[in-house]
Design a protein around this ligand. Structure first.
Ligand code: KIV
Length: 275
């Protein structure tokens, strides 16, 4: 059965943990979906993981539609959430609604995600009023990396923690159906989770959130540019791939691949006429 924002609300009500992983292409989405995940996030981390940028700032709405549509084709049951990229919603409420609409119409998302607190509440309200579910994102919001001065844990001082709590309440009030909390101390994330009626999805925010999200390439050990402290590698797929690539190169070089069983046949009398 297709998972929706109602799945998120029910899970919070019943105290069941929600699961989310990123994906950026059809085949990976199909595998993750088949494993029984609740939601797939087409994160703008695609800028780092798929496109090789050093941050997420250069990712465009077109990039998100292109990859989002592929993921949507692969996800039969999971809720697909597509990230709104940098400057696709900060500029105005109008831009936010138009771009969220494109992610739904062209990317076939079930919801969109955007970063920020009170400053983007008018956008969250307008997008939600247009019938588009919004997941909010607070804490370390990578689109503000230049304002933060680097990838740092957020909400550690009293003032910063108070602001995070207020922002969390504000995005819920504006209509967000869920909230991603990234790189937030676990006790603060637990407090915010207890105050909110909507589910929190943590990444580097401890075990007290209503669910968890990870970048799939991180948890599979496929992305080695940097590995945040909160990542558990559930497999060493990067090593498995490297070994397979090396085995392929060796087999082609020594002629052991392709074998007879990998080839197509033609009648000998056809071939003989060509000599
Ligand atoms: O872009 C992304 O992958 C994200 C997750 C880190 C939550 O926003």
């Amino acid at each position: 059965m297709k998972k929706t924002v109602l799945t998120f609300a029910e899970a919070k009500e019943q105290g069941e943990k929600l699961t989310m992983l990123t994906a950026y292409d059809y085949s990976t989405a199909k595998l993750i979906d088949g494993a029984g995940i609740d939601a797939i996030l087409v994160g703008d981390s695609l800028g780092n993981v798929m496109l090789g940028y050093e941050d997420t700032l250069s990712v465009t709405v077109e990039d998100m539609i292109h990859h989002g549509a592929a993921v949507s084709r692969g996800a039969k049951e999971a809720l697909v959430v597509i990230d709104m990229p940098f400057m696709s919603y900060q500029t105005s409420v109008y831009d936010a609604v138009v771009n969220a609409g494109r992610l739904m119409k062209e990317g076939r998302a079930g919801a969109v995600k955007l970063e920020g607190g009170r400053a983007v509440c008018p956008q969250i309200k307008a997008i939600t009023d247009a019938g588009i579910p919004v997941m909010a994102h607070l804490g370390l919001t990578p689109q503000s990396i230049n304002a933060f001065g680097g990838f740092k844990v957020q909400g550690k001082t009293e003032a910063a923690a108070k602001k995070l709590v207020e922002d969390a309440m504000a995005v819920q009030e504006a209509g967000a159906f869920a909230l991603t909390l990234e790189c937030v101390p676990d006790k603060l994330a637990r407090l915010i989770t207890s105050k909110l009626a909507i589910p929190t999805i943590g990444i580097g925010a401890g075990n007290g959130c209503d669910g968890q999200v990870l970048v799939y390439a991180d948890m599979l050990g496929m992305f080695s540019d940097f590995t945040p402290k909160f990542v558990r590698r559930f497999a060493e797929t990067g090593q498995v791939m490297t070994d397979a690539f090396k085995a392929y190169i060796a087999a082609v070089k020594d002629g052991s691949y392709p074998e007879e069983k990998h080839t197509y046949k033609i009648d000998d009398d056809v071939i003989e006429k060509l000599y």
